[in-house]
Write a protein that binds this ligand. Structure first.
Ligand code: ZN
Length: 81
C-alpha cells in the first residue's frame, strides 16, 4: 500500500506554499575549473548552522552532499528534510 501523498507545506514565515526540491552544496564552475587544474587555493565549502543558544557551529551539509527540502518562492525561506 502506497503512503498518502503529502501536500507541500506552507512557509512558516509568510504562509506561501513551498516548492519541493533538493538542497546541495557544491562549487561554482570556476571552482570546478580550478580543482580540475589542481590549483589548490580553492577550498571545499560546507553549509553551517550556528546555534543562537550556544553559538556552536554545526555542519548542516558537507560539500557535494544533497538533501531533500522546500523553498518558499515568495520570501526565499528554505527548509531541509
Ligand atoms: Zn515565505
Amino acid at each position: 500500500m502506497k503512503a498518502p501523498v503529502k501536500a507541500e507545506p506552507n512557509c512558516p514565515y509568510c504562509g506561501e506554499t513551498m516548492v519541493h526540491g533538493q538542497v546541495t552544496v557544491h562549487s561554482t564552475p570556476l571552482g570546478n575549473l580550478l580543482n580540475f587544474l589542481q590549483i589548490r587555493w580553492y577550498s571545499q565549502q560546507h553549509l553551517w548552522f550556528k546555534r543562537s543558544d550556544t553559538s556552536k557551529d554545526e555542519i548542516v551539509l558537507e560539500s557535494g552532499d544533497a538533501r531533500l527540502g522546500h523553498r518558499c518562492p515568495r520570501c526565499g525561506a528554505v527548509s531541509l528534510l
